[in-house]
Design a protein around this ligand. Sequence first.
Ligand SMILES: Cc1cc2nc3c(=O)[nH]c(=O)nc-3n(C[C@H](O)[C@H](O)[C@H](O)COP(=O)(O)OP(=O)(O)OC[C@H]3O[C@@H](n4cnc5c(N)ncnc54)[C@H](O)[C@@H]3O)c2cc1C
Ligand code: SF4
Ligand code: SF4
Length: 345
Amino acid sequence: MPGKNYQNLKEEVWDTGICSGCGACVAVCPADAIIFTRDENGDSPVQTGYCKEVTDNVPCGACYTVCPRTATEEKNRMEKTGLGEYTDIFAAHSGFAVEKRQSGGAVTAILANAIEEGLIDAVVTVTADPWTQKPQSVVITQTEVVIAKAGSRYAWWVPTLAALKSAVVTQKIETIAVVGVPCAVSAARIMKTSDHDLLRPFGRAIRLIVGLFCTETFDYEMLINDKIVREMEIEPWQIAKLDVRGKLIIETTDNAVREIPLDALGDCVRRGCHACGDLTAVDSDISAGSMGSPDGETTLIIRTSAGVGFVDHATETGRLVVRKDACDLKGIIRLSQIKAERIHT
Ligand SMILES: Cc1cc2nc3c(=O)[nH]c(=O)nc-3n(C[C@H](O)[C@H](O)[C@H](O)COP(=O)(O)OP(=O)(O)OC[C@H]3O[C@@H](n4cnc5c(N)ncnc54)[C@H](O)[C@@H]3O)c2cc1C
Ligand code: SF4
Ligand code: SF4
C-alpha cells in the first residue's frame, strides 16, 4: 500500500480499538519496530521509534498492507461472515491417540501428517505454558511436539503470528502451516496473496492456513489471573483443559469440572473482538470447530485445493478419519449470523 505506514495503522486501527492482536504487523516489520505493550485497554501494538519509511523515507508500508483491519480493508472485513466459500464439510477425528485434543484431534492429525510426510517443515501456532497458561506464539518442527501441544488456547497474551518472523526470516523455513483464529487467518491470507515485496517471502512459505472457529478471546490477565486464580482459587497449573460450550468449562487435574457463564466474562473479552464478524475463518484453507459434530469429532470446512490436498493425504495415511454424514450445520449458521450482527448493527 504505497504511502501508508504505521502512522496510518495507528490512526485507523490501534487508536480506534479495532486491532485484533493478530500480530501480523509485528511479524512483517523489517525494522522489528512494532511491539505490544500493556495499557488500560489490554495489550496493544506500539511503534518503538525507527521506521524505514517515516524515519528514512525508504518505501515500506508492510505493517499497513498486512493488516486486515485498516480502512482500506474495511469492505472486505465486513463481508467476512457466515460459512464462507467451501467445497466440503464433514466431521473427522485423528486416527491415533492425541491426548490433549480439543475436539476430535483432526487439526493435529492433519498437521502431524503434513510434517511426517514432508509436506511442510514447520507449524506456526499458539501453545501455552503449562505452569502459567500464558499463550506463546511458536514455531514447531517436530511431529511429537505438534501432538503434545494439541488443544485450544482461549486466553490472549502474545501477538499470535509473531513467530512467523522467526520461522520465515530467521530460520528461513520454506514450507509452513499456520494455525490461527479467524483474525490471524485473514492476515495470513493477505500475506499469501499480496504482491508487496516484504510480504512475498511470507506468502511463499505459507503452504496451509488452518482456521479455528472463534467467537472471542479473553485477556490473559483478566481471565486466568483475575477470574480463575483469584475468584475461583484454581492455580494455572491445575487447569487440565479449558473449553467454551455456551459457558467456559474448566477441567482441573483432579478431574473436577467448574464453569463460568459467558455473561460473567464480558469484561475479559478483548476489545478488538467486538469488531469481528467472522466465526468460521472464511479465509482459511481448512477451518475447524467443535460445533456441528458429535463429541469426539472436529467439524472440518474444506475451502481450497490446498485444503483438499492436505486432508486427502492425511486420510490416505490413516492419520485422519473422516465421517461424511455426521455434521449438522444449523448451530454453526445460527452462531455465525449472531456474530455477523456484531459488526452489522
Ligand atoms: C479462541 C478460540 C475460540 C474458539 N471458539 C470456538 C467456538 O465458538 N465454536 C467452535 O465450534 N469451535 C471453537 N474453537 C475451535 C475449537 O476449540 C477447536 O480448536 C477445534 O474444534 C479443533 O479441534 P481439534 O481437536 O481438531 O484441534 P486439536 O487437534 O486440539 O489442535 C488444535 C490446534 O490449534 C492450535 N491452537 C490452539 N489455540 C490456538 C490459538 N488461540 N491460536 C492459534 N492456534 C491455536 C494448537 O496449537 C493445535 O495445533 C475455538 C478455538 C479457539 C482457539
Ligand atoms: S489487527 Fe493485526 S496486523 Fe492489524 S494492527 Fe492489530 S496486530 Fe497489527
Ligand atoms: S473474535 Fe476471535 S477471530 Fe475475531 S478478533 Fe477476536 S480472537 Fe480474532
